[in-house]
Design a protein around this ligand. Structure first.
Ligand SMILES: Cc1ncc(COP(=O)(O)O)c(C=O)c1O
Length: 429
């Protein structure tokens, strides 16, 4: 269920109008729906309940402490990719024992921090990393490190080249054909414990076929390694796609209807295609959704600063920029853009652009928008994942405030940065 809706002409996130939030906190502003996050978490676990999976939320998608805390209280584990993310999870009340520590370039300090905290396992992406983990564990007398190999199954998942991860053209994981030999060598190392096996084939995957192809390819290998080394779990990664087009729901279950209308995988199809393959493994199943849990839960609210017309185009200049939400610039990603107030009659074609000094600072090309005026506010929808988490201070722009809405309650979960915050630690001379 998607709780961002137009009611009486205005956009609401749960019971709170975006206009009221923009008046109170200014713009640009990130607003998240706690209900949507929990709903997506529960629905995902629900369709896979025969497997009783451990959902390890992929922290990189949105690492605000309030969101991590919300998910920790719901029982979620976490997929972290740095020592910083591990610290964030623990600060937010998450348990290290439910954290898997991934990432293609862990430093020795990070490995040591993961060992000290007691993570569920390190997800290992090369044999050299495996040896380094063993060496770090050996330095801690009597310690061993829990590990699982990240397998690259060489399955193309479609989508943008910058978010596919599961083919041999990508830096991630260990090639499928080399995995068994590395487990064999690792099994003899007393500083390592072989806990599981993992894969992740990409992000924003909207069809079932690549998931099924990858799991189907993996299952015989996983079963063999389980029998030989007593592996406990199989982690099938994240990557479930969300709706970016027509993301504004018209009613309670609008989002799910939209997914169906756009011929996206539904959760039921995802579950139906995977459960039969996974159930017979009799292993714990882990999932690492990021975007699916938080993407449709967030909006970026921005104010119209200026309108201008060149000989060829109409531009709407807004106060949010690529430093606040880089997905359109980085991946040519589409985000629906809607006025948060009652739309004016008619429509114009316009490029919605930010104030950053880069031609690529564009939220949408040739968008048909209802006519806007200076001071109007727009919502950039489906911005909860890889939005604030990828924000920067480029052009010395303070990052936006973040609000978490639960019903009619709106909580400021990160204040807007101040300009003076941005040079903290710098030296004039
Ligand atoms: C190993 C791993 N797991 C999970 C994710 C989360 O992906 P998504 O947000 O598409 O679910 C990623 C994202 O790139 C990843 O690299």
């Amino acid at each position: 269920m998607h709780r961002t809706q137009r009611k009486g002409g205005k956009i609401y996130v749960e019971g709170v109008s975006l206009e009221a939030l923009a008046d109170r906190h200014g713009t640009p502003l990130y607003v998240y729906s706690a209900g949507t996050i929990l709903d997506h978490y529960r629905r995902l676990r629900g369709v896979l309940r025969v497997l009783d999976p451990l959902v390890c939320y992929s922290v990189k998608a949105n690492s605000n402490l309030a969101i991590l805390n919300l998910l920790a209280r719901a029982g979620s584990g976490f997929d972290v990719v740095s020592g910083g993310e591990l610290e964030r999870v623990r600060k937010a009340g998450g348990k290290a024992a439910k954290c898997v520590f991934a990432g293609v370039g862990k430093t020795e300090d990070e490995i040591e921090a993961g060992l000290r905290a007691g993570v569920k396992a390190f997800h290992v992406e090369s044999e050299e990393e495996l040896q380094t983990i063993a060496a770090v564990a050996a330095r801690k007398k009597g310690r061993w490190a829990p590990v699982a190999l990240r397998v690259n199954p060489d399955v193309a998942a479609g989508g943008h080249a910058k978010i596919t991860t599961g083919t041999y053209a990508n830096k991630f994981g260990i090639p499928f054909e080399e995995v068994a030999a590395i487990y064999r060598r690792a099994a003899g190392n007393r500083y390592l414990r072989l806990r599981g096996i993992q894969m992740h084939i990409g992000s924003q995957i909207t069809q079932v076929a690549p998931f099924r192809a990858a799991v189907r390819k993996m299952v015989p290998l996983v079963a063999r390694l389980r029998d030989r080394y007593g592996l406990d779990y199989f982690d099938i990664g994240g990557g479930v796609g969300i709706v970016y087009q027509d993301a504004l729901a018209s009613g309670r279950d609008g989002w799910w209807r939209t997914a169906k209308a756009q011929r996206f995988l539904t959760l039921h199809e995802y579950a139906a295609s995977l459960v039969s393959l996974l159930r017979d493994l009799r292993m714990q199943i882990l999932l690492e959704p990021g975007r699916f849990l938080v993407g449709n839960a967030g909006v970026l609210v921005t104010e119209v600063l200026y309108r201008k017309q060149t000989g060829r185009k109409h531009f709407t200049v807004v106060d949010a920029g690529m430093n606040d939400l880089i997905r359109p610039t980085l991946y040519e990603a589409f985000h629906q853009i809607e006025p948060i107030g009652k739309p004016r009659p008619g429509a114009i074609s316009t490029d919605v652009v930010g104030p950053v000094c880069e031609s690529g600072d564009v939220f949408g090309h040739d968008r048909m928008l209802s006519p806007v005026e200076r001071g109007d506010r727009l919502a950039v929808l489906s911005a909860g994942a890889y939005g604030f988490a990828m924000a920067s201070n480029y052009n010395t722009r303070p990052r936006p405030a973040e609000i978490l809405v639960t019903g009619t309650r709106a909580r400021l979960v990160r204040p807007r940065e101040r300009v003076a915050d941005l040079w903290r630690g710098e030296k004039k001379s």
